[in-house]
Design a binder for this molecule. Structure first.
Ligand code: ADP
Ligand code: TRP
Length: 323
């Protein structure tokens, strides 16, 4: 089989957190060795929530730095800004003309919005169609994402199949790749770690800020000397991501035995996380001094991505009768 085409995106809505890293960034970086990878900064998607030009620009560049610092290799993977390839919005329109409203009404993000009695924008409603366009524009085979994005990849598959049924085989039907080994990463309060729950631990926080966040993990009031339950503890859940198996077992034993307070267990977690991201943090600091180089990577990535996008759009326009 030819090398797979791999594609994923991340919204520039803030500093990436541990859930973003283990759910999406690290798997995407691993995939770059196994095929032709296209990774982009989903700035059009971020516009559904970020309405501040300076913030959007800053976060977009920030995410590029983060990705490169974490190991994305621009000689293997194409890294670009979504909005540098505006063809994607044309494809989104074409797809939206075959997208049943109920399919979008059924999507989690939209339903969550309604449940909170917020008024969703049309952009938020149409979000999965733009995401389908991202994926289909690059003839992607594999889409590495966290579990919560699986539904969006299902929508993409449905739309690809529908288009193929109507217009002949226009699109490659992609598949999501979910890290089964990485469960949804827990946040400070034990719920799914998410920017929107204010329970996230950003991967590149300064030492003091990181320590403070980790010390703020919500625990019960079991006294130091008493045994504690490691099951479902966010401290153990996070520690597992950074520490070798024996160390995790050691921590679980300390929970069960009693005599070790939550404060000490949290310190152990802090140390492990601080060390884990050390090399990446140093690389990020270097890159921050080479912003011209980062811009060059993004520009070059946009050029390569656009070549592919233009080719796909010629095929799509012809198939639907726009040429
Ligand atoms: P957030 O929920 O913080 O807004 P995003 O929706 O921007 O995060 O997610 C970016 C990527 O990170 C997606 O692929 C998503 O599935 C993954 N991701 C986000 N939070 C987690 C988590 N807690 N555990 C695993 N993966 C996650
Ligand atoms: N919706 C994704 C998220 O919130 C980001 C994204 C946009 C994406 N387009 C994509 C991910 C295409 C994978 C493929 O994380």
């Amino acid at each position: 089989m030819a090398a797979p085409r791999i594609l994923s995106g991340i919204k520039p809505t803030g500093m990436p957190h541990i859930g973003n890293y283990f759910g999406m960034m690290r798997p995407a970086i691993e995939w770059q060795e196994r095929g032709e990878a296209y990774y982009f900064i989903a700035d059009y998607h971020a516009l559904t929530t970020v309405h501040d030009a300076r913030m959007l620009r800053e976060h977009s560049l920030g995410i590029a730095l983060d990705f490169l610092a974490c190991g994305l290799d621009p000689s293997r993977a194409v890294l670009f800004r979504q909005s540098d390839v505006p063809e994607v919005t044309e494809l989104a329109w074409i797809l939206s003309c075959v997208t049943p409203m109920p399919m979008l009404e059924n999507c989690h993000a939209y339903k969550d919005h309604l449940a909170k009695e917020k008024v969703p924008s049309h952009g938020l409603f149409a979000y999965p169609v733009l995401m389908a366009a991202d994926i289909l524009l690059y003839d992607s085979n594999v889409v590495p994402v966290g579990r919560d994005q699986k539904q969006h990849v299902e929508v993409t598959r449905d739309l690809a199949q529908k288009m193929n049924g109507l217009f002949g085989s226009v699109f490659v039907v992609p598949e999501a790749s979910i890290q089964e080994a990485v469960q949804t990463v827990p946040g400070l309060d034990g719920r799914k770690m998410s920017k929107s729950y204010q329970n996230a631990v950003e991967i590149f926080l300064e030492e003091k800020a990181l320590r403070k966040k980790i010390m703020g993990i919500v625990t019960d009031s079991t006294p130091v000397e008493e045994p504690k339950n490691p099951e479902g503890s966010a401290i153990v859940g996070l520690y597992r991501l950074f520490a070798p198996e024996e160390a995790v077992q050691g921590m679980e034993a300390d929970f069960r035995r009693g005599g070790v307070g939550y404060g000490d267990l949290k310190k152990r977690l802090f140390e492990a996380m601080w060390e884990y991201f050390g090399p990446m943090r140093r690389r990020r600091a270097e890159l921050a001094g080479e912003l011209g180089e980062v811009e060059r990577v993004l520009r070059e990535g946009a050029g390569k991505a656009r070549e592919q996008a233009v080719r796909t759009m010629e095929r799509v326009r012809k198939a639907v009768g726009l040429r």
